[in-house]
Design a protein around this ligand. Structure first.
Ligand SMILES: NC(=O)c1ccc[n+]([C@@H]2O[C@H](COP(=O)([O-])OP(=O)(O)OC[C@H]3O[C@@H](n4cnc5c(N)ncnc54)[C@H](O)[C@@H]3O)[C@@H](O)[C@H]2O)c1
Length: 320
């Protein structure tokens, strides 16, 4: 089946993708600087003998570029995924998300890689005027993180038109599940482990977003990849999300229930006048996924189920 590259393959989504690519028969080269990822995430796949882990930083042009020669495709997932941090440390996002994406595009061009699958984000839409938000909605990010993803899409689009590399941009909703070590569920869990009587919620709790279980996200990613390599994709951008959404307050209640606590005092902390979690937080996110479902894919788990499965895994992982 050939060899593919997964950047950020030691991270949360990346490692699940690597697992599934290996099960599908691919040889996989993972390129990761392990800034947010963990070799342990790959322990099953590394044991298969079909995965080569290259520890390298994509911000710097280096020996890793040689790995692209002879690869069929690159799944570009490496990034700083912390949206909240991007409003206070924008340069880290510019470097890890945009400079790295340019370097990956260049390495793909020089290595004659035919396909790029890019982990973009729902944050490219900013405060969407239409919900559920379709792919042709204006791109108006309100976080530096979202801006780096939007700029990455534009850069890759140009590489596609200019050099003929086939690209698909996946605008992921909030992806949750085993191995996730950032985001609201993880944050609530860590806070409750530290102090089981109080849970601080950033924002007014009415923020409402769509959550997709990581197995569904990886499934959709490979579904679109297969269409891409078989020449069956007419569009370059796809929303990858769920049909429903949940509020942050509902997530807090699910987490408290799953952890088995009672009488937790939920305290909201307002950091913006309109109740967002932080400056740059998109308050309402629900993607129109009809472009993707129209091709025959659909999510298995609802947003609330995805949240519940994630918290159950976190509980299990910290007790084992
Ligand atoms: N998790 C989500 O909800 C979500 C939503 C939308 C988009 N995304 C995107 O999906 C991708 C994967 O996200 P994730 O949640 O798995 O995050 P993650 O932090 O678990 O994975 C990112 C990986 O990239 C690596 N990395 C970061 N900077 C690097 C660099 N300069 N060079 C080499 N490796 C580097 C990290 O070590 C990590 O292993 C990211 O591009 C993220 O922006 C994630």
């Amino acid at each position: 089946m050939g060899r593919v590259i997964v950047t950020g393959g030691a991270g949360f989504i990346g490692s699940h993708l690597v697992d599934k690519l290996v099960r599908s028969g691919y040889e996989v080269t993972v390129i990761d600087n392990l800034s947010g990822g963990d070799v342990n995430n790959l322990k099953d796949s590394l044991g298969s003998g079909r995965v080569n882990l290259v520890k390298a930083d994509l911000r710097n042009w280096g020996d890793w570029v040689g790995e692209f020669k002879g690869a069929l495709a690159v799944f570009h997932l490496a990034a700083n995924p912390e949206v909240k941090v991007s409003s206070v440390e924008p340069r880290s996002h510019f470097d890890n998300n945009l400079v790295a994406t340019f370097n990956v595009a260049e390495a793909a061009r020089l290595g004659d890689v035919k396909y790029i699958v890019f982990a973009s984000s729902s944050t490219v839409y900013g405060d969407a005027r239409v919900l559920p938000t379709p792919e042709d909605h204006p791109i108006e990010p309100i976080s530096v993180y979202g801006a780096t993803k939007a700029a990455g899409e534009v850069m890759l689009g140009t590489y596609s038109r200019l050099y003929g590399i086939r690209v698909v941009n996946l605008r992921y909703a909030n992806i949750v599940g085993p191995r996730s070590r950032h985001g609201v569920i993880y944050d609530f869990y860590v806070k409750l482990m530290r102090n089981p009587s109080v849970l601080e919620v950033l924002g007014d709790g009415s923020q409402r977003k769509s959550y997709l279980y990581v197995d569904d996200a990886v499934d959709a990613t490979l579904f679109l990849f297969n269409k891409l390599i078989n020449g069956g994709l007419q569009d370059q951008a796809f929303n990858v999300g769920n049909r429903d959404w949940v509020t942050v307050m509902e997530i807090a209640k699910i987490v408290i229930e799953e952890v088995g606590l009672r009488n937790v005092n939920i305290v909201t902390k307002l950091t913006t006048p309109d109740g967002r979690g932080w400056p740059g937080d998109v308050k309402y996110m629900l993607l129109d996924i009809s472009r993707l479902t129209g091709l025959g894919w659909s999510p298995r788990y609802s947003s609330a189920e995805a949240v519940r499965l994630t918290i159950r895994w976190l509980k299990g992982a910290s007790s084992s």
